[in-house]
Design a protein around this ligand. Structure first.
Ligand code: NAP
Length: 532
């Protein structure tokens, strides 16, 4: 039987994969999408834990490429919940007739470049092998769940859940003793909701996080209408901003203003309830420790105010790393949850987990009896989902080997030795340090333009150049090293996964500046890429 050939295989049907399919189809390409889930949605398909919602204002957390789509869709909350975001992505799939080229419940297991015909051989867990000229990987930054290998994990008698792979049927915690490990964005969103249901909730916290109040509410209808009315202009502003959201860029350093003015600014941003508001108050908060200390101290004092028991408050207050360098969280009632009688905080820095037993979790201070255990332990970020597939480029080189010391890429889009393979929001692009939807659109459009260029020139192959890739990767690291980020153990640094190389994974140059750079590369005929 002959092998089916398509122009492009797209892996993933979340924000990235759906738009890649739409865009490449518009060019007349024959596209096949593979998606492991039983529906479209990607991250928003899998992350069904209670309280899951976006933490970028919804009005900016949607596609901008289609004026009608942008104007028609109205979010019901300032920060939409997971079911609503999933409905949006399902709507997009239907509206643009995308489903007919998406194979659901099908995982790509292997990609192998055939140098003889310059095509990718794509193997799936459904047993299919097909050939593609181009491969676009829209597998998500935060989709390969981190399930720490805590001794005794398999002995636990009750259910073990991971926030990133939450069951589809509702989970009822009524009357249950629930334990949760992890206090990142997922844990911080889950904890207040589970606390309301469970008989008792034990939170096992390794590192306290900086979390800010979301002040979630119905969106301001007038503001939304005004934004939608000038959509094309807003789109340009988002695309040329620092983070892919609208804000006034800071012009002063934190120490350039009086203490009173600074605290008033932080307080007003705290009241606004946005993820980046405080961090964007001054232009040196992620670069200058003394400046950062002012913001860190402000948030610490707010946390301490919200928690009744001073000892619990002290355990919740983050210390020893700069605000912003571990991704901050946005919450609804997180700290007040610790004032409930049925909630207990266990600092596993002070009393480490020794093992999971059939009936609970044992720390150095004793046993915590549990019926259900939730892992909110995050992801093998940015590289985990790419390396979960076996990817072999020229000369049988595997991506795993190529990235053994950390990922290197040209613009976070392409990797030398892996021709015609494109990583949407890959390591080395703004990705995790931006509104991912805006970054996804930029990558998909750039790749689509590159393929159009190849075709118009009668060429078939685009491959990152080794030297240019080295330069870009060094630039990404230098930009990171000019900030406080590398001093902190975070998933931005790969530090949450034992044995993962410690490098700064995203590019911190800003969404707009990065876009301008990519545009220049395209305008100049793609220097840094070999086109053949
Ligand atoms: P995360 O930020 O990596 O947090 C994982 C938590 O688990 C941390 O508290 C971590 O402690 C703890 N942990 C990990 N391994 C552990 C171990 N072996 N023993 C004990 N504790 C352990 O993961 P996440 O909360 O899933 O969030 C990941 C990212 O996804 C976020 O930063 C955000 O970008 C995105 N996200 C966004 C939203 C949203 O839009 N609202 C919601 C959820 C997630 P340490 O800090 O000590 O490592």
């Amino acid at each position: 039987m002959s092998t089916r050939h398509v122009d492009a295989v797209v892996v993933g049907a979340g924000f990235a994969g759906l738009y890649a399919l739409h865009k490449l189809r518009q060019q007349g390409l024959d596209v096949q999408v593979f998606e492991a889930g039983s529906d479209v949605g990607g991250t928003w398909f899998w992350n069904r834990y209670p309280g899951a919602r976006c933490d970028i204002q919804s009005v900016f957390y949607n596609y901008t490429f289609d004026d009608d789509l942008a104007r028609e869709w109205v979010w019901s909350e300032k920060y939409a919940s997971q079911p609503e975001i999933l409905r949006y992505l399902q709507h997009v799939a239907d509206r643009f007739d995308l489903r007919r080229d998406i194979a659901l419940e099908t995982r790509v297991t292997e990609l192998r470049f055939d140098e003889d015909n310059s095509r990718w051989s794509v193997r799936t867990d459904a047993g299919e092998t097909l050939e593609a000229t181009y491969v676009v990987l829209g597998v998500g930054l935060l989709s390969s769940a981190n399930m720490p290998d805590i001794p005794g994990r398999d002995d636990f008698a009750g259910p073990i859940l991971h926030t990133g792979h939450w069951p589809h049927e509702p989970v009822d915690f009524t009357g249950k003793r629930v334990g949760i490990i992890g206090t990142g964005s997922s844990g911080i969103q889950t904890i207040p909701i589970v606390a309301e249901q469970a008989e008792h909730l034990t939170v096992f916290q390794r590192t306290p996080n900086f979390s800010l109040p979301a002040h979630n509410s119905a969106p301001d209808a007038e503001e939304v209408a005004a934004l939608r009315a000038r959509h094309p202009e807003v789109r340009e502003q988002l695309r040329n901003s620092s983070y892919g959201i609208l804000h006034d860029p800071p012009t002063q350093g934190a120490l350039d203003v009086s203490d009173e003015e600074r605290v008033a600014t932080y307080a007003s941003r705290w009241d606004d309830g946005t993820l980046t508001g405080i961090l964007q108050s001054y232009n040196d908060l992620v670069r200058n420790q003394a400046s950062n200390d002012t913001a860190s101290e402000f948030v610490r004092s707010k946390i301490a105010e919200m928690v009744d028991d001073p000892e619990v408050a002290e355990d919740l207050v983050p210390r020893g790393y700069a605000f912003g360098t571990k991704r901050p969280c946005l919450d609804t009632g997180y700290y007040a949850t610790y004032n409930r009688d049925n909630v207990e905080l266990v600092s596993i820095r002070r009393t480490p987990i020794e093992r999971i037993t059939p009936s609970g979790v044992r720390t150095s201070a004793g046993e915590h009896p549990l019926d259900v255990l939730i892992f909110a332990t995050g992801y093998d970020a940015m590289t985990g989902s790419l390396l979960a597939m076996e990817i072999f480029g020229r000369d049988g080189l595997s991506l795993r080997e190529a990235w053994a010391d950390g990922p290197s890429s040209m613009l976070g889009i392409a990797v030398a030795g892996f021709p015609n393979l494109f990583t949407i929001t890959g390591p080395g692009s703004p990705s995790a340090l931006s509104n991912a939807v805006i970054s996804i659109e930029q990558h998909v459009e750039w790749v689509s333009d590159l393929l159009a260029h190849l075709r118009s020139e009668g060429l078939q192959v685009a491959e990152a150049d080794e030297v240019a890739q080295k330069e870009w990767t060094a630039h990404v690291q230098a930009a990171g090293n000019a900030t406080l980020y590398p001093q902190t153990d975070s998933w931005y640094m790969g530090a949450n996964i034992p044995g993962k190389p410690r490098v700064f994974l995203p590019y911190i140059g800003g969404v707009g500046a990065y876009r301008a750079h990519c545009d220049r590369v395209a305008d100049d005929g793609y220097p840094g890429f070999a086109l053949s």
